[in-house]
Design a protein around this ligand. Structure first.
Ligand code: SF4
Length: 295
């Protein structure tokens, strides 16, 4: 039987189940089985309480998440992926951030709402999802009404996602690769395609296609797909999967901003930006399959 801290016992059964999944940790597909409440850390490098690197309105997200007030973004340090081209490597790999309590996290959500943000956007949430869900419970009791956004690299475990039903309104996962060899070399996650496809299915089961009111997303699934040079993202398989196994109404943001950084310079195949033809061919294929391209 897992020991639960006294303050966690005052939260819902869902929070307690998430905490149990962290000791030993099987929250994410890495299944490191370390005891995080006793100070051990696994691949993500984070203990049982989150490190937050920044909190604030963000205007660089997709337009359906921004509105006039911005997306109320909370960036968590640490990550369960090891992407060699990570643009936020100081946060994800060097874990720059400040440890916060559940109460502080809930207070941040309420402050973002008071500021006028249009949603609460959790960036890289899976490895600290127990604290996030506990904080959502506290914040909702104190008046939080904004939609919640689960903004992840897409390496998310179905069994953990199943516990998030009712807590997350908008899922925004990456779909990075469809080839296990590429996923192994670039993110140290050879099972990424299999895990990612299963996660996207579960996310869509919970929230369905993306819905919006007055131009702002209220609920649903929004896919991010970053075009890599030399076809390394395996875009065709990902788009086929979305069109045939998720929904022909899937909304996808085909992202063109890849540029080499962090350790990408030592991987010759990703040591350049994708060219216009590579980006356009992915967008054309999305349109050909009838999906919705977000602009
Ligand atoms: S959340 Fe972190 S410690 Fe837990 S299984 Fe994933 S990488 Fe390992």
């Amino acid at each position: 039987m897992t020991f639960l801290p006294a303050d966690i016992k005052s939260f819902s059964e869902t929070v307690q189940q998430l905490w149990q999944r962290m000791n030993p940790c099987t929250l994410c597909p890495r299944r490191c089985k370390v005891d995080r409440s006793n100070g051990q850390t696994g691949f993500c490098g984070i203990g049982d309480m989150p490190l937050v690197s920044s909190v604030g309105p963000h205007f660089g997200e997709e337009s359906v998440l921004v509105g006039h007030g911005g997306s109320g973004t909370i960036f968590f340090a640490g990550c369960n992926l090891g992407c060699v081209f990570c643009q936020n490597f100081d946060i994800s790999h060097h874990r720059r951030g400040r440890q916060v309590t559940i109460e502080e996290l809930a207070q941040s959500m309420l402050e973002l709402q008071d500021y006028g943000c249009v949603n609460i956007n959790f960036v890289t949430p899976m490895h600290v999802i127990g604290a996030i869900v506990a904080a959502i419970e506290l914040a909702r009791k104190s008046g939080l009404t904004l939609a919640t956004v689960y903004n992840s690299g897409g390496y998310d475990l179905v069994e953990t996602l199943q516990l998030l039903e009712g807590y997350i309104d908008i899922y925004m996962p990456d779909m990075k690769y469809s080839d296990p060899t590429v996923a192994k070399e670039l993110s140290a996650a050879p099972d990424y395609p299999e895990v990612n496809f299963a996660a996207v299915k579960e996310m869509h089961r919970q929230v369905g296609d993306l819905q919006a009111e007055n131009g702002l997303a209220t609920r649903g699934l929004l896919i991010r797909h970053l075009v890599l040079p030399n076809g390394l993202a395996g875009s065709v398989k990902i788009i086929d999967f979305l069109a045939e196994q998720i929904s022909p109404k899937t909304v996808i943001n085909v992202m063109d901003q890849y540029r080499p950084c962090y350790k990408a310079f030592s991987h010759p195949q990703i040591n350049r930006r994708p060219n216009l033809q590579e980006i356009d061919s992915v967008r054309q294929y999305v349109l050909q399959k009838g999906l919705n391209v977000l602009v």
